[in-house]
Write a protein that binds this ligand. Structure first.
Ligand SMILES: *Cc1c(COP(=O)(O)O)cnc(C)c1O
Length: 396
């Protein structure tokens, strides 16, 4: 059996998204900047897609949507732009959290080298940031708060509307990396007082290589790329017309079916949690209550996450131990450590992220394969032996 359970890393392109993009690759290949009708047809389609995104995200106007190449680009642009704006006013302090995606953390590191002060908030053991902690970290010179909507490794959802209201009251721009939330959770930029929001198509069944950044109209945005007048002069370069069509179609489809998908996916996820948490000396990471439908993260004592992944791969299961972007390093995930999970336990982590295309049969297969695999790896593990012989205290 082959089971894809790594939807937080990427998703398949849906039929709807593929159908929406194909004509723009073949018969309707005009350049949206060309003045003849063949080009203008593409221009109109791009503007319609912009309107679709605005509606799905609760933006006041389509003019607040910029198309980008990925979530990483949107995150980089949002942070760099707000930092420049702040610096011009003598404000050089940024608030974020310890468990952001590297697209945020590495940009913050770069800004720190350029003289910005960065406060990274602790996330509590449940993987949820507290609004009070954000409030306590605000300074006179705070020019940006950036907190992710939903975490990509543990799947916990943050109090975005609360942080948004706080930032609005204090007059501080608020950005959220909503890459794991868009298409999966209700988003309303106006109601949630979000000023900037990043999303990426390939996390909700659009292709890789297309994303968007929402920027509220009163937030001045720096230009991303210099050149032509595309994206209102902010991001030059001929539009990825086909990708944009797929992005809009996939987001619309996800939003229209959100409740139904969430109910089905949540039920499968809860079966995974119920079954896998029965494995002795395991723990489920992050809040049960504030959680995206599809993501489960567990730690198993006495084994290495990477070894577990390879064994699961042999059994046909695609999963992850942390985020795909951090793989290759043997250090435990910064996300799990930020939840206060001890180092040696954090190394034995498993993330399963399922979606609406998964089936109950696949969940059965995971439930049968993971416990058996954990058991056989423990039988070979010197670390597990230390636990089993009482030379090491169990952590869970
Ligand atoms: C995947 C992901 C990104 C990066 O998106 P890309 O489109 O792959 O660049 C950023 N943030 C989070 C939370 C993600 O899950």
């Amino acid at each position: 059996m082959f089971v894809y359970a790594d939807n937080a890393a990427t998703t398949s392109v849906s039929r709807t998204a593929l159908d929406a993009m194909l004509p723009w690759l073949t018969e309707k290949y005009g350049n949206p900047s060309s003045l003849y009708g063949f080009g203008q047809e593409a221009r109109e389609a791009v503007e319609k897609a912009r309107q679709t995104l605005a509606s799905c995200l609760g933006a006041a106007s389509a003019r607040e949507i910029y198309f980008t190449s990925c979530g990483t680009e949107s995150d980089n642009q949002a942070l760099n732009s707000c930092a420049r704006l702040g610096a011009r006013k003598g404000k050089k302090h940024i608030i974020s959290t310890r468990f952001e995606h590297h697209a945020i953390l590495h940009t913050l590191k770069k800004l720190e080298k350029e003289g910005f002060a960065v406060t990274l908030l602790d996330v509590h053991e449940d993987g949820v940031v507290r609004v009070e902690d954000v409030a306590a970290a605000i300074r006179e010179d705070t020019c940006l708060v950036t907190v992710m909507f939903a975490n990509n490794e543990v799947g916990t959802v943050q109090p975005i509307a609360g942080i948004g209201a706080l930032c609005r009251e204090r007059g501080i721009p608020f950005h959220t990396d909503a890459v794991q939330a868009a298409g999966h959770l209700p988003i309303d930029a106006e109601k949630m007082d979000i000023d900037l929001l990043s999303l990426s198509g390939h996390k909700f069944h659009a292709p890789k290589g297309v994303g968007a950044l929402y920027v509220r109209k009163n937030i001045p945005l720096q230009s991303f790329l210099e050149g032509g007048a595309q994206e209102r002069g902010k991001r030059a370069g001929t539009e990825n017309v086909a990708g944009i069509m797929a992005l809009a179609a996939a987001l619309q489809e996800s939003c229209e079916n959100m409740d139904e998908n969430a109910a089905r996916v949540t039920a499968m996820r809860d079966r995974l949690i119920a079954g896998l948490s029965k494995i002795p000396h395991s723990r489920v990471n992050g809040s049960m209550e504030h959680r995206v439908p599809g993501t489960v993260n567990l730690c198993f004592e006495g084994i290495e996450g990477e070894t577990l992944l390879l064994a699961l791969d042999k059994a046909g299961i695609c999963a992850s131990s942390g985020s795909a972007c951090a793989s290759g390093s043997l250090d435990p995930s910064h996300v799990l450590l930020s939840l206060g999970i001890p180092y040696e336990l954090a190394r034995g982590s498993l993330r399963l992220s399922i979606g609406e295309y998964n089936t109950d049969k696949e969940i059965d297969y995971i439930l049968e394969t993971v416990p058996r695999t954990v058991e056989s790896l423990r039988a070979l593990s010197p670390l597990w032996k230390e636990y089993a012989e009482g030379r090491r205290e169990h952590l869970c």
